[in-house]
Design a protein around this ligand. Structure first.
Ligand code: SAM
Length: 229
């Protein structure tokens, strides 16, 4: 089914393709923020996995997309990030989340995929580490453990991530993250989210991909997983 620009539809397949970052007439997060998450993704997840008044956490909330979508849907929400770009974001390193065990109803996280984007000058940013370095996954595992700890048993989380192909080397960042998440969570489903707005989406890069025999990244994984009861 084709979608118009602002149409909000509950997705019914594992292939999600959103034409724009935002929906409606007011911003959700900022499409000026490097690596901003499409608000449609968070809207779909909150519709399915939460109800009114549930507590939603985004440990790496960037420009606050999760905060805006959650508030609009009458969910309680806390957004953390090392890079505090709004007053309603709490500055925090997500390797240690200041919340009690078993206290949260849903977690959404769109983490760095590698060191491809500069988010801030903060030295602690996991986006300073290449996904070719095992340290990248060690640090993400610390975040995964914290998400596991704060979630109530039986509740879910969703993690958005993409693979990397750089200088003729492919890194299956998504599969590598999935392997470590499986130690803590049970998989509910894996969604493929079409990428539209990355900087390489230009005629020049499409031509290079054909000439030099590689592929531009066309999708991200959205792992939807549950803390066992
Ligand atoms: C892909 S962006 C998130 C985009 C966000 N969902 C939005 O819609 O604007 C990844 C975020 O992770 C943050 N980050 C990286 N390392 C972090 C850490 N150790 N603790 C908290 N945030 C971190 C970065 O500052 C960046 O804002």
């Amino acid at each position: 089914m084709s979608k118009s620009k602002n149409e909000l539809i509950l997705e019914s397949t594992t292939l999600w393709d959103f034409p724009t970052q935002n929906y409606g007439n007011i911003p959700h997060g900022s499409n000026k923020y490097n690596g901003v998450t499409p608000a449609f993704i968070i809207w779909n997840l909150l519709q399915r996995y939460t109800k009114e008044d549930d507590l939603v956490i985004d440990p790496m909330c960037g420009s606050g997309t999760t905060i805006d979508v959650a508030k609009e849907l009458n969910r309680q929400v806390i957004g953390y990030d090392l890079n505090k770009v709004r007053t309603d974001i709490i500055e925090n390193d997500s390797r240690k989340i200041p919340l009690d065990n078993d206290s949260v109803d849903f977690v959404f996280i769109d983490s760095p995929y590698s060191n491809n984007i500069k988010y801030s000058d903060n030295k602690k940013c996991i986006g300073n580490i290449s996904c070719e370095d095992p340290l990248f996954f060690k640090e993400l595992e610390k975040v995964a453990k914290e998400i596991y700890r704060i979630l109530k048993p039986g509740k879910s989380m969703a993690w958005l991530i993409g693979d990397q192909w750089i200088k003729k080397k492919f890194t299956p960042t998504g599969f590598l993250l999935y392997q470590l998440l499986e130690k803590y969570f049970e998989t509910l489903d894996i969604i493929c989210v079409t990428r539209h707005n990355q900087t390489s989406n230009t005629g020049l890069w499409h031509n290079r991909a054909r000439r030099f025999n590689f592929y531009l990244r066309g999708f991200k994984y959205l792992f939807i997983m549950q803390k066992k009861l």
